[in-house]
Write a protein that binds this ligand. Sequence first.
Ligand SMILES: C[S@@+](CC[C@H](N)C(=O)[O-])C[C@H]1O[C@@H](n2cnc3c(N)ncnc32)[C@H](O)[C@@H]1O
Length: 280
Amino acid sequence: MSNPSTSTSRSSRSDITAELRAAGCVFAEDEARLLEAAARTPDELHDMVARRIAGLPLEHVLGWAEFAGRRVVVEPGVFVPRRRTEFLVEQAAALAPEGAVVMDLCCGSGAVGLALLSILSRIELHATDVDPAATRCARRNLAGRGRVYEGDLYQPLPRELRARVDVLVANAPYVPTDAIATMPPEARVFEPAVALDGGADGLEVLRRIVADAPSWLAPSGHLLIETSAGQSTDAVAEFVRAGLKASAVSSDEFEATVVIGTRTDQSPSDDSGPAGGRAG
Ligand SMILES: C[S@@+](CC[C@H](N)C(=O)[O-])C[C@H]1O[C@@H](n2cnc3c(N)ncnc32)[C@H](O)[C@@H]1O
């Protein structure tokens, strides 16, 4: 004979699965299991299922996303880290020397920096984002193991970091403005435009990052930026224009492309510019 409490939970799990499936969730069974595990009360479960059915990304309902084998806190309104970005992490980790100074520009939830902290034994991590919701998440995720700054690209960073960064990593917005309308509602509706919109060709933020990167990179330091495969040729040209030696690498496994540049003796390293701001 079955245990009554088990059969109740099974039947509610199957009801939830059916509701999620009817709402178009492809992995309804997995989602039902995760929601059930996350909810502390039946009311909370009901509320979470309702929010998911209304279209909120699963990660925003749960409050976390899985990235590079870890749970990363993701509050509603903050970009959900994508699995493809694990390729950026892999490439950056491979280039970081022992004790590297690492800068994660456009850090969002801080997922990239957190993954690097777990791979590399000892790094000095600095992460920045313009969105207060993102920096709040990054501070929670990095929990004092990296400094988090809020502001436009390099603007909030302390100038003492100039010419000291061994690995500068960025998954900045790179969706062309017109393509945002074609994205799934989970992204288009529930992630902020500032996290997605890369301007007319998707490369506007990348251009600004690349142009100033040589002055922050240490001699032989590396700049790594995720792009789409179709953008990589133009992106490499931007790196070269800034005086960096550059090439693109792609992964079939992650369906991802990363442009990697290296500061050479010829790269300009002007250290003028605004001094830094708040960190926490
Ligand atoms: C595509 S999301 C990536 C977030 C994170 N790197 C990740 O992979 O999960 C881009 C992030 O860039 C931030 N961002 C956009 N424009 C920015 C700017 N001018 N300065 C700093 N951050 C910016 C957004 O707030 C968003 O968190």
